[in-house]
Write a protein that binds this ligand. Sequence first.
Ligand code: TYD
Ligand code: MG
Length: 453
Amino acid sequence: MAKMTSFSCSACGATHSKWSGRCEACGAWNTIVEEAPLSAGPGKKALGAKRGQAMVLSDLSTDEAPPPRVSAGMVELDRVLGGGLVPASATLVGGDPGIGKSTLLLQAAARFAKAGTSTLYVSGEEASAQVRMRAQRLGLADAPVKLATETNLRNILTTLDEERPDLAIIDSIQTMWSDTVDSAPGSVSQVRAAAHELVTFAKRRGTAVMIVGHVTKEGQIAGPRVVEHMVDTVLYFEGERGHQFRILRAVKNRFGPSDEIGVFEMTGAGLAEVTNPSALFLSDRDAPAPGSVVFSGIEGTRPVLVEFQALVAPTPHSQPRRTVVGWDSGRLAMILAVLEARCGIPFTGLDVYLNVAGGLRVSEPAADLAVASALLSAREDVALPKQMVVFGEISLSGALRPVGQTENRLKEAQKLGFNAAALPAGSKGAASGLEIRKMADLTAFVGEMFGAG
Ligand code: TYD
Ligand code: MG
């Protein structure tokens, strides 16, 4: 086989046969980079030509117990991991630079170490003195975490082999380099190779590995998506800059439910766990305001109340603006279209801004009705009752469709002192002390809430 140069996208890892300015797989610009050439090597035969070893086959039944879990003593982190850390697992923690990944993992390392899990923290980004100073500031200096500064993967693996910790934290994958690969640290091939070595080590030695990966905007440094497929669990640490809330979200978990979230607050003394996020996301609400609607959502396995805020104003532009933060813009367009087509309420000539308070990203279709109510409330300049929650999916016909976990959504609202709920007819579930208002379609909803059809 001749030497083949290949190109791969540093954002999503897709491989391409030629260079181009835009990755066709993920749509990112300027992320395609050349990879080290692949060669079959001398004397290597095609796979079919030489017999390999027969595999050992088994059936699906097992007497094995589910994997034991190690608790971090951090409820929010344990939940996102699916009930604690699984030995010999590989976890990727991705997020924007500066969002708090190192802080989170240093705090987790200290908790694990104090609970008796031997923990080794390898920083390739900061000098040991810097990490120690941070630990001091976080009040964690007495935790028995073993700390090292190193970027050479061979040295790291040798040390891990000798120390055999229960947990190794690698901060970050973009700074690590393996001498088996001929390219710079942070390149797609280095990041892949380094992650592969670490994951293999985890499986072989039973050490749980947590790997930090920065989300990068530039093509020369590979992002965490490049290694997502190799690891057991992928967590993303998200948050709006300027907001103190941070959300740790499981996007993949071989050992637990994905879509689970953990909520933290960045304080002067590190990350504090937020065990009651609904109270936090609703904390600055006072007088009922037009455009503000509380949605009773489900994130992972727990209900979370969040506030949707809409602003609708006449536009000075020929193309009205549609700006969305924390919700899907395609879905917003759909709801605007349904309001116009089914209820005769147009938004032409009006700018529309929609925001989810607190920096949370909502992706449930169950929020459709809350979005529609926020839009209508802003457009009509009529506030909804302050103590009311809204949820339900809207179909293109304008019908309201019941959503899952109605009972949990209602109970959470009741727990937080709400006294009414608007939801689709046909929803099952009730909660005492809540006035339930069920509606079959959007027209009925508009009529009941805003007194117009
Ligand atoms: P860091 O964990 O270094 O981010 P990452 O590893 O994801 O790049 O967090 C950096 C930010 O967090 C920094 O801007 C300062 C802030 N911070 C606090 O607000 N309080 C704290 O106690 C700590 C340690 C950091
Ligand atoms: Mg860091």
